[in-house]
Design a protein around this ligand. Sequence first.
Ligand SMILES: Nc1ncnc2c1ncn2[C@@H]1O[C@H](COP(=O)(O)OP(=O)(O)OP(=O)(O)O)[C@@H](O)[C@H]1O
Ligand SMILES: [Mg+2]
Length: 302
Amino acid sequence: MTTDTTTQNTPDATTPGAPVLDARGVTMRFGGLTAVRNVDLTVGSGEIVGLIGPNGAGKTTFFNCLTGLYIPTEGEVRYQGDILPPKSFKVTAAGIARTFQNIRLFANMTVLENVLVGRHTRTKEGLWSALLRGPGFHKAEAASRARGMELLEFVGLTDKADHLARNLPYGEQRKLEIARALASEPGLLLLDEPTAGMNPQETRATEELVFAIRDKGIAVLVIEHDMRFIFNLCDRVAVLVQGEKLVEGDPATVQGDERVVAAYLGEPFENAPGAAEVAEVEAAEAHADATTDAAPGKENDR
Ligand SMILES: Nc1ncnc2c1ncn2[C@@H]1O[C@H](COP(=O)(O)OP(=O)(O)OP(=O)(O)O)[C@@H](O)[C@H]1O
Ligand SMILES: [Mg+2]
């Protein structure tokens, strides 16, 4: 794991302003299972915040609570000071956009059309205008397409605008998801495992893309299992374990926290399977060392 937060963070990012997102005491229960328990999290303007944790920790469930997909069982979520509306399309209209862990694109639409779908919360043209296709509609459509192409250029997919989404390689589908999310002109972008399935070059490019998004004034909350990506990118990292926030802090603090290491690797415990074998091997090695040391002429072999 490496930490390289010094070169990439602008002064704005290290001195974040008022919270864009303020989640307090968020709990989500499914029957008897508490997937998220009493989680507080803020994201400031100009910040990139990471959310990490082992599989099943509740990260995606927490995202779903921030986007109106789930109504938290307890707690409240505010975006720019206002409680979130209870429907996901209203949350998008308010300014929170997201990508999905399992890519959700319209496979048989073109790349550009997928981005245009993401713009529907921002276009004023209603159903009648679309059906009648009057001058207002054509003007709005041209503006939308221009903005769509701008976003495709931003994520590096200009050449693929007319390709069907299903024909894009996996890494480019993830980029397209980001372009589609940006099409709603959000103030906060939530990314759920944006580099899953990417090769190291694509991951590095995604890192740069997230910095560029932040530089456009969009706050970012990102879930990722790739620790190098997270610790390079984020101003702050929160760790969820079994639905609870275990640790939160700057990347160096979180990386150095023993509880985080234990949460990922598991703590050694007495009478663990294999403990007897480990003890046997250690005893045999100690015995071998003792006999080697005793043997004449062996001192220089070590
Ligand atoms: N709709 C649901 N109904 C019932 N249980 C659910 C539901 N969604 C999630 N869970 C459960 O909540 C827990 C947290 O799942 P979640 O998908 O949020 O974890 P995660 O941290 O995103 O994991 P991963 O890193 O594998 O994506 C899991 O035990 C999961 O089975
Ligand atoms: Mg998940």
